[in-house]
Design a protein around this ligand. Structure first.
Ligand code: SF4
Length: 499
């Protein structure tokens, strides 16, 4: 069987005017010579339907243990020298799509790895059921849970449950792609595509902030670049730094939208022997030294809406407080900090911060990790895509669950969800750049590879007649060889399989 970069094996149809009909997705574009189709993935090159982007082939290390360099650091053309074909892996990036799905996947490649005959089934899947989960390292309030996330004014997702030190957004999904207006579907597709291809995307949140999200980069919230992720909640911060504060200040309040900590009441302060200070906090007391809801969420101190920390304090009790008592107020990132001394009326008065306390604020900052945006693509390959792999699709699902088949996306490892189907997640920063495409149905095109033993492929009813040896892939007109990321497991590693 010949191997080409042209799309569907059934062969494209040419009309009377010389336009080729692309049948790689339901749109069925007619493409004139020298032009590309609606998705810019296929073009008519001299009467031949051609996948525009090169096929990405990963190069492993030549010797085990040898240092490899990251993606994109070097790209050399395949020179046809297959001294060690086991160290090459054909990804689905640039591989093309088949439609309808009963056609065999564009590349079903056999190779040998450590003496075992292997096969990798490679396709660019079209995902109508997909989206991106965004983890945005910031304490700043981006918007209430369930609030709509918009891209260019259209609803494309929602605020979902926050995690420790991060706000989480869900973008995409079939309801936004197909269930709203045409514009909503297009904007949703564009937002997912740009996010997954590591572009900077500005999202606005109803009753919340505007945030610029780019995978692997710091978020920008309402025009302000975020630098640090919180060191912990207010209570955790008290626990971590209580001993360092003990000798230098009478009271510390760590302001946090979720759990504000108070040193003198907290268990850490009690154990150290910190004396009561008569402080009163306006929030809802949870356990000693831990307060919820001290203010409204916002982009001020510790993810609250306050710019003056004293607004969360009630009057000091004259029973325990005294003039001259010292108070440090600090946020969970150390971005905000202020020092006060009680006057004769037991009112906190701002004062210059003593150097030892300044050092503890610096220490909080030092212990904060850099704030980043993480973009994880999530897609369901449980449907018809599997038919391009086997005539009996459910067997592929079972083979994945049995760890006989290893799933990767652009060569990057994926997490496959438990339960039915093949619903997987992948960190887009572990994939080659620009791994994603789209079709105007609208849907996202994402690479997916299934690797297994050749014998297992035969057993699950694979398209054996379409298997081609790795050597034949060098005949593909356009390829881009990339050195594999040192942090990704090699897809052929035995440890990926249960045998
Ligand atoms: S949108 Fe792209 S894949 Fe779909 S038919 Fe047109 S050129 Fe082919």
């Amino acid at each position: 069987m010949s191997v080409t970069t042209t799309a569907p094996p059934a062969g494209p149809v040419t009309d009377a005017s010389g336009k080729i009909r692309c049948d790689a997705c339901p749109v069925m574009c007619y493409i004139a010579d020298g032009k590309s189709g609606a998705c810019d993935r296929y073009a008519n090159v001299g009467g031949e339907l051609t996948r525009v982007d090169p096929l990405v082939v990963l190069e492993g290390t030549l010797e085990k243990g040898e240092q490899v360099v990251p993606f994109m650091a070097a790209g050399t053309d395949w020179d046809g020298d297959l001294v060690n074909p086991g160290d090459r892996f054909v990804t689905a990036v640039g591989a093309g799509t088949t439609y309808p799905d009963y056609k065999p996947a564009p590349f079903i490649v056999s190779s040998e790895a450590d003496g075992v005959d292997m096969v990798t089934v490679v396709t660019e899947g079209i995902f109508s059921y997909c989206g991106a989960k965004l983890k945005i390292d910031t304490d700043r309030h981006l918007g209430p849970e369930r609030a709509l996330v918009r891209f260019k004014g259209e609803p494309v997702g929602h605020v979902t449950t926050g995690e420790y030190g991060s706000q989480m957004l869900s973008v995409g999904g079939v309801n936004h792609l197909t269930g709203g207006s045409k514009k909503e579907g297009r904007m949703t597709c564009q937002a997912i595509l740009d996010l997954c291809n590591r572009q900077a995307v500005e999202l606005t949140i109803d009753d919340g902030a505007a945030v610029i999200v780019q995978a692997g980069k710091a978020p920008i919230v309402d025009g302000e670049p975020e630098t640090r992720m919180r060191v912990g909640c207010g209570s955790a911060t008290i626990g971590m730094f209580a001993r360092q504060w003990f000798d230098h200040v009478d009271e510390v309040v760590v302001v946090d939208d979720h759990i504000t900590g108070v040193l003198s009441e907290h268990q850490a302060g009690k154990v150290l022997g910190v004396q009561p200070t008569g402080i009163s906090i306006k929030g809802r007391r949870s356990t000693p030294g831990r307060y919820f809801q001290v203010a409204e969420p916002g982009t001020g101190w510790g993810g609250t809406d306050i710019s003056d920390p004293l607004t969360i304090l009630g009057d000091f009790s004259a029973k325990e407080a005294r003039p001259g008592l010292t108070l440090l107020m600090v946020s969970t990132t150390g971005d905000h900090a202020a020092f006060f001394v009680l006057d004769e009326a037991l009112k906190p008065v701002p004062a210059p911060m003593p150097e030892p306390l300044r050092l503890t604020v610096d220490r909080i900052q030092e212990n904060c990790e850099p704030a980043l945006c993480s973009v994880v693509f999530i897609g369901g390959a449980g449907g018809s895509l599997r038919a391009g792999v086997t005539e009996n699709p459910v067997k592929l699902t079972r083979s994945v669950k049995d760890t006989l088949t290893y799933v990767s996306s652009g060569g990057a490892p994926v997490y496959v969800w438990p339960g039915g189907g093949i619903t997987f997640m992948v960190d887009v920063t572990r994939m080659p750049e620009n791994s994603f495409g789209y079709v105007p149905t609208p849907a996202i095109v994402a690479p997916i590879e299934f690797t297994m033993r050749l014998d297992d492929y035969r057993t699950l009813g694979g398209h054996m007649e379409s298997v081609v040896p790795l050597e034949r892939v060098r005949d593909v007109a356009r390829k881009r060889n990339l050195l594999a990321s040192a942090t990704n497991p090699w897809p052929m590693n035995r440890t990926n399989f249960r045998w």
